[in-house]
Design a protein around this ligand. Structure first.
Ligand code: ADP
Ligand code: ZN
Ligand code: ZN
Length: 723
């Protein structure tokens, strides 16, 4: 650090790189977390290596003082390198990436306790509907007044009123209670020979303390989790930290249970559902190195682990690892870079690895470890296609006779069935039979989806919701509105009509919106309290229900339309995953996929089980089209509430596109979702060769242009959504 000045990366959206004076007696080093002034306000920042973060030089006489150093360990160099890499690769502001590492500002303040609130069980004398709602929704939960108000959907005043009358009480929570240490020897399993071989390679890699990416490619139920647990045991034995990334927080709960069975206590969980005090406690334990195993959603990737010995990305093919808001990063790719900077192995576990990942194996960059068979006696289920044209469901129904019969037989045997349809709600479209009016979201280019259980129509893009209409707003007729197409609720109705005795459960993000609800569902499944599950993709991964023997895919074609370059691959992965829920115990499983296109390559691959042929053909098609992983895309999305302004800026960007042989620019054109949350959207698609530094070109291209405050331009490198 030259003299007594320091370059700081500040958590400020615009003024992110600034120099400050280090006052006499203050000690800082690169990584130190500090508080600095900007104008009259104070911001958190991190001391950075000056040469790595270009900024405007400010004379010594104009420097302001750093105000304070936070009582927290410095951000490690490996995380600083990760922040730089991510910002560069995804064309994001450094401060936006750093923000993900400093996700608990409370953790930077000293206070070791917070005051939280919880219900006492006393029912107040005066109970208003609001108070009743608050007490019901809060249940056993505990949190800040603000957090409880959010959970209960009431004002903070209502919560405070309940405190006054003694229905809610204050509790002091220590936020620095240490976490229990997982015990690597608590309950190690007896591994099969195949599992033991793979586990020993992973243990060695952990011991080597060097960067090494692995693809752990094992069919569903082969014991991938058990095997990477052995790698975690090795890291624990060395006192090093492990990060396990899961694609959704709904999977955290079953993971915690399994982890506890193996290691004797829960790991540290990191996800968006944490209370502020939990977040603070987790962040401090992670940053101090005390938290040895962290499991979390993608945001856990940027936390400042000082002593990382292993990264696991479970269900690594999942597209939910791609962040679609703020910094558009792909957690799978960033995880590999994280391992590189931290010098530790990275395990990508999947039964259906992404083509991008397989390609890295082919290039020799990732080492592939295979578990080709299910553990123990379990066999992979047989998959059969049902041609919906040849064997159509009855009128107004969605399940074909063969699938209905299979459900009936499964019920008869006392086993469980799963019907998969990746669509929430009752029906994706409501229209008027009389005048043809369709209910569309006023903010988005999307239909309003009927949710009959709560009697509402709602937009799945922006959340706009209206009460279920009683008449057509256009022609004012009554009884002319019809629901078109099925969602899971409609399938559940059909199931109830067919099997009135059967106990059913709908599993979607509407019904399993919290880890507690997910845990409750798992319990009911395990205790045989459910016969038929009707679910969306939420149910396709992670779960292990030995008595579930039948899977029916209601509409296998659903993911195929939309023109997405990964549509076939995604359909294959999704159906393989949901099929993987069947027959995981001793009883064999059976899978039916309903389709209008039984001849399509992806359906044939699913039925024949020849995934290699499918992957080979898909990969060839990508190579031919210069699509990822052979070529590269970047999307530039221009949006504004003012349609004309958005279109003008998009055109201007298009006109100034650099003319290069290695790169083509398509558009601008209205994005397929031409309106989203009230903003009109235009898209330019950049297509380039893999080796070409498209980021640099885009940075320079857009850097030379300007547009008004009404227009937002965002760049998505390696986009997954083509909407
Ligand atoms: P995957 O992650 O590949 O889908 P899992 O790790 O979930 O597979 O294993 C499937 C089931 O088999 C789980 O119930 C798991 O506990 C069990 N299992 C796998 N390997 C072993 C083993 N070596 N000993 C005992 N049970 C095992
Ligand atoms: Zn009408
Ligand atoms: Zn909408």
């Amino acid at each position: 650090m030259p003299g007594n000045r320091a370059r700081i990366l500040v958590l400020h959206p615009v003024l992110d790189v600034l120099d400050y004076r280090v006052p006499h007696g203050m000690q800082v080093e690169p990584g130190s977390i500090v508080v600095v002034p900007i104008g009259p306000r104070q911001f958190v920042g991190v001391v950075w290596e000056e040469e790595r973060l270009p900024g405007e030089f400010v004379g010594d006489n104009r420097l302001r003082n750093i105000l304070a150093v936070a009582d927290a360990p410095p951000i490690p160099a490996s995380v600083r390198r990760l922040v730089e890499w991510t910002a560069n690769y995804y064309l994001a502001p450094h401060s936006a990436v750093l923000h993900m590492a400093l996700r608990s500002t409370a953790a930077l303040e000293g206070a070791p306790t917070v005051v939280e609130y919880r219900a006492t069980g006393t029912v107040p004398d005066r109970i208003t509907p609001q108070r009743a709602q608050a007490l019901e929704r809060i249940g056993e939960r505990q949190g800040l007044v603000r957090e409880l108000a959010t959970i209960a959907e009431v004002s903070e005043g209502v919560i405070r009123g309940l405190v006054k009358v003694g229905a809610i009480e204050a509790v002091t929570v220590s936020t620095d209670t240490p976490y229990p240490l997982p015990d690597p020897l608590f309950a190690p399993p007896e591994l099969s020979q195949q599992q033991a071989d793979v586990a020993s390679i992973l243990r060695q890699a952990v011991g080597a303390r060097a960067f090494q990416p692995f693809l752990l490619d094992g069919v569903t139920g082969s014991g991938k989790t058990e095997v990477y647990f052995e790698a975690i045991a090795a890291a624990l034995a060395e006192g090093r930290q492990t990060l396990v990334l899961l694609p959704e927080i709904a999977l955290t709960e079953p993971f915690l249970t399994r982890f506890t069975a193996r290691f004797g206590c829960e790991p540290v969980a990191w996800h968006s559902d944490l209370r502020q005090s939990q977040r603070r406690r987790a962040w401090r334990a992670i940053a101090s190195g005390e938290a040895l195993v962290t499991v979390g959603a993608r945001s856990a990737l940027f936390l400042p682990y000082p002593n990382l010995g292993l990264i696991v990305v479970d269900e690594a093919h999942e597209t939910s690892f791609k962040q679609e808001e703020g910094v558009h990063y792909h957690a799978r790719d960033v995880a590999v870079m994280r391992g590189k900077f931290a010098q530790c192995p990275v395990v990508l576990a999947s039964a259906t690895p992404a083509i991008e990942t397989r390609h890295q194996v082919e290039l020799g960059r990732y080492e592939e470890l295979k578990l080709p068979g299910r553990y123990g006696a379990a066999e992979l289920p047989a998959i059969e296609a049902i041609d919906l044209l040849a064997e159509p469901p009855e009128r107004g129904r969605w399940l074909s006779p063969r699938l209905v019969k299979a459900v009936e037989e499964t019920l008869g045997k006392g086993e469980q069935s799963l019907l998969f349809l990746n669509r929430r709600g009752y029906a994706p479209l409501t229209l008027c039979r009389h005048c043809g009016h369709r209910f569309q979201c006023p903010n988005c280019t999307a239909w309003m989806v009927e949710h009959r259980l709560i009697a509402r129509l709602s937009c799945h893009h922006c959340g706009h919701t209206i009460p279920a209409p009683e008449m057509c707003p256009e022609c004012k007729s009554e009884d002319t509105l019809v629901a078109c197409g099925p969602g899971v609720e409609r399938i559940a109705d059909e199931v109830s009509a067919l099997f009135p005795e059967a106990r059913t459960a709908i599993v979607t993000s509407d019904t399993l919106w919290s880890p507690a609800r997910a845990a409750e569902f798992v319990q009911r499944m395990e205790h045989g309290a459910i016969d038929i599950v009707i679910g969306t993709q939420l149910i396709t991964k992670g779960y292990h229900f030995p008595n579930l023997t039948l899977v029916g895919v209601v509409d296998a074609d659903l993911g195929l339309d939309g023109g997405d370059l990964r549509a076939a691959e995604r359909t294959f992965q999704q159906i393989m995953q949901v099929a993987g829920r069947a027959g995981r115990g001793e009883k064999p499983g059976k899978v039916y996929i309903q389709t209008h296109a039984p001849g399509a390559a992806v359906m044939q691959a699913l039925v024949s089980g020849d995934s290699e042929a499918f992957y080979a053909a898909e990969t060839e098609a990508r190579r031919y089209a210069d699509a990822p992983p052979f070529g590269r895309y970047a999307a530039i999305i221009v949006s504004s509430e003012d349609r004309v302004a958005a279109e003008e800026v998009a055109r201007m960007i298009g006109r100034s596109a650099p003319q290069l042989d290695e790169m083509h620019v398509f558009g601008p054109a209205p994005a397929p979702l031409a309106m989203l949350r009230g903003r009109h959207r235009f898209r330019l698609l950049v297509h380039a060769r893999r080796a070409f530094d498209v980021q640099d070109v885009i940075r320079e291209w857009l850097g030379g242009l300007s547009w008004g405050p009404k227009v937002r331009v965002s760049v998505d490198i390696d986009p997954y959504s083509f909407l």
